[in-house]
Design a protein around this ligand. Structure first.
Ligand code: C2E
Ligand code: MG
Ligand code: MG
Length: 607
């Protein structure tokens, strides 16, 4: 001890005399300086446990309360011990650094909560505050016993972190543990696997139990389920611990496996859970049979976030439900990518129409008799800024689902009609080609197709005879209401109606003959099985049943006044046979793939 304070004001500021033994005593020194002696006595007798340490961190003073708190009354003195060791201030680097800064006088204060081992064996929670003593070369370490406070806090925390119905850890605790697992697993070389697994479970039909038997039975069932899950988890105990079972809310539970070893471990657990839940539940006389669906995710911790993991689990659980419930399903990245792509595409559809990201290609419709070009089918493509050129099977279904097909369909109709008119004007010397436009069911139902067509024909000045609309059977069948009237109006206008993909739906020729339909487009599937077996080595052998059916259909269609177009004509043999049985028009790769409008212009110029 060197510096002596000039006029100390508080007891805490009194530095202990250098000679002081375990506790401050009234030394000769003190008698000479009465104020200091008083402060020393106050320090000694204060109910608050306090220690003094020199700049090297050695304890140079301790009062009775400190000795009692840490060692028990009348035990070995604390002076001479290293304060940081006694109070556990050196075990984590951040605290140690901060503590040394206070010792060096560079930091004003440090507060830490520590669980310390009492000499009698039990542990005590203490709040430690380290602060310098101005004008003296010591620091004061004052301690407060927060054991009682800690107990209460722990109890409150338990309440906050557990679900009262099942007594399981709740959502909050689950996410806390998950976050810890992801953080801890990120450190390598700890002997852990660096992986994490999750079974995300939802009871099938739990709502019905609640609704029919009441909430108290529902609650009892949840508690019983929780018990079985806990049992499964205990059986699944492995090297690094027991899976955490939590109730995430409602009838949703999760089993978290830290340091998992691979998907097999998780699928075994899921299987065990399904097995355990299969046994009927006896809820004081009520026999209940339940099942559950489980989404299983197992992956590396590195690169995994809580949100990412939970989203994957949620999607996988949804698949388990969609695939028929009462099962577990493993997360499948490819299936997920498809789902994500669908979502991205769906979200981008409407703006894409406005941004003009769609283009039309045209595929020739050829007279089978002489191979002459009669018309073209307009086929839409999406030039997607991220996914490149997309064919309609990627987005037409989505556009139908969200209704954007109406807007898109209108654009297709307009563009195709304008193009057909341009061709006609550019090639006055040849018979004009008609354009055939696909119309989706929803366009017939959800928009005023008739008005749209009338306006577009008027604006583009295209003759109605040069427009053909392709509808599927399902779009025109089944009702004598609006669609039918729409077909009549269109037909009255002079627009031709074709039934697309004929043969895949109802194939009800008799019914169709009563509608204002003039063309049947035979589905490609028919033509595909329709190879000429005699053709040397050309693809699949002919299926005679197909040939007979197609022939009968063509004859019947002709008798009903319809013309027939065959789709997907890929080989000369197919074309020959189709011509022989009387098909009128062909469309397919044999003649041309769908091409840009300019290619059609070239064809027209060559005629
Ligand atoms: P679709 O109306 O039956 O059109 C014929 C489909 O068969 C086209 O596929 C065409 O590229 C393909 N195709 C043509 N010849 C051959 C061939 O020889 N072999 C094979 N394997 N395929 C051939 P694409 O362009 O992918 O269109 C698929 C479907 O998307 C169309 O079937 C149609 O239902 C729909 N679609 C296309 N454009 C539109 C549109 O603007 N509006 C609506 N609502 N649907 C459209
Ligand atoms: Mg079509
Ligand atoms: Mg078709």
């Amino acid at each position: 001890m060197s510096a002596q304070p000039e006029g100390p004001t508080t007891a805490a500021e009194v530095p202990p005399p250098a000679s002081c033994p375990e506790i401050l005593t009234q030394s000769d020194h003190a008698r000479e300086r009465p104020a200091q002696a008083v402060h020393g006595a106050a320090f000694l007798a204060a109910p608050q446990p306090m220690l003094l340490a020199d700049r090297n961190g050695l304890i140079v003073g301790a009062n009775t309360a400190a000795l009692t708190l840490l060692r028990g009354e009348g035990s070995e003195p604390l002076v001479g011990l290293i304060a940081a060791e006694l109070l556990d201030l050196a075990s984590d680097p951040r605290t140690w650094d901060a503590y040394r800064e206070v010792l060096r006088g560079r930091q004003a204060r440090l507060g830490r909560t520590r669980r310390l081992k009492h000499a009698a064996g039990h542990s005590v929670w203490v709040r430690i505050t380290v602060s310098p003593v101005p004008g003296a070369d010591v620091v004061l370490l004052s301690l407060s016993d927060i054991d009682a406070h800690r107990d209460l806090q722990a109890q409150l925390r338990h309440l906050r972190m557990h679900d009262p119905v099942t007594r399981l850890p709740n959502r909050a605790l689950f996410f806390e543990r998950l976050a810890c697992a992801l953080e801890a697993g990120a450190y390598e070389g700890t002997g852990a696997t660096g992986r994490v697994g999750l079974c995300y479970l939802d009871l099938d039909g739990f709502k019905a139990v609640n609704d029919t038997l009441g909430h108290h039975v529902g609650d009892r069932l949840l508690a019983a389920v929780a018990e079985r899950l806990t049992h499964c988890a205990q059986l699944a105990h492995h090297a690094t611990g027991t899976p955490l079972v939590a109730r995430l809310g409602g009838d949703e539970f999760a089993l978290l496996v830290e340091d998992s070893t691979g998907t097999e471990q998780l699928s075994d657990l899921a299987e065990a859970v399904l097995g355990a839940l299969r046994e009927p539940f006896d809820l004081s006389g009520q026999h209940l049979v339940v099942s559950a669906s489980i989404g299983v995710v197992e992956r590396q911790v590195a690169g995994t976030s809580t949100t990412g993991l939970m989203q994957a689990a949620d999607t996988t659980l949804y698949w388990a439900k969609a695939d028929g419930k009462a099962r577990w399903t493993l997360f499948d990245p490819e299936r997920n990518a498809r789902r994500m792509t669908r979502q991205v595409l769906s979200a981008g559809l409407r703006p894409a129409v406005e941004r003009g990201e769609f283009v039309l290609e045209y595929q020739p419709l050829v007279r089978l008799e002489d191979g002459g070009l009669r018309g073209v089918e307009a086929l839409v493509r999406w030039r997607h800024p991220r996914f490149g050129l997309l064919t309609p099977n990627r987005f037409i279904g989505l556009a139908e689902e969200d209704g954007s097909i109406v807007q898109l369909g209108r654009w297709v109709l307009e563009t195709a009609c304008r193009q057909a008119r341009e061709w006609q004007l550019a090639h006055p010397g040849v018979p004009p080609v008609f354009v055939s436009v696909n119309v989706a069911v929803r366009q017939v139902w959800d928009s005023d197709l008739v008005a749209d067509v009338a306006r577009i024909l008027d604006e583009t000045q295209l003759a109605p005879e040069l427009l053909q609309l392709e509808l599927t059977e399902s779009a025109v069948m089944g009702s004598a209401g609006r669609p039918l009237q729409a077909l009549r109006d269109l037909s009255d206008m002079g627009v031709r109606i074709a039934i697309d993909d004929f043969g895949t739906g109802y194939s009800n020729l008799a019914y169709l003959s009563r509608l204002p339909v003039s063309v049947l487009k035979l589905d490609g599937a028919f033509v595909r099985g329709f190879q000429d077996g005699a053709g040397a080595g050309s693809g699949a052998p002919e299926d005679p049943a197909d040939a007979v059916i197609v022939e009968a259909m063509v004859q019947l269609a002709h008798r009903l006044g319809l013309t027939v177009t065959a789709e997907c004509v890929e080989t000369v043999e197919q074309a020959d046979r189709l011509r022989r049985i009387g098909c009128d028009t062909g469309q397919g790769w044999l003649y041309s793939r769908p091409v840009a409008a300019e290619r059609i212009s070239v064809l027209l110029a060559d005629r």
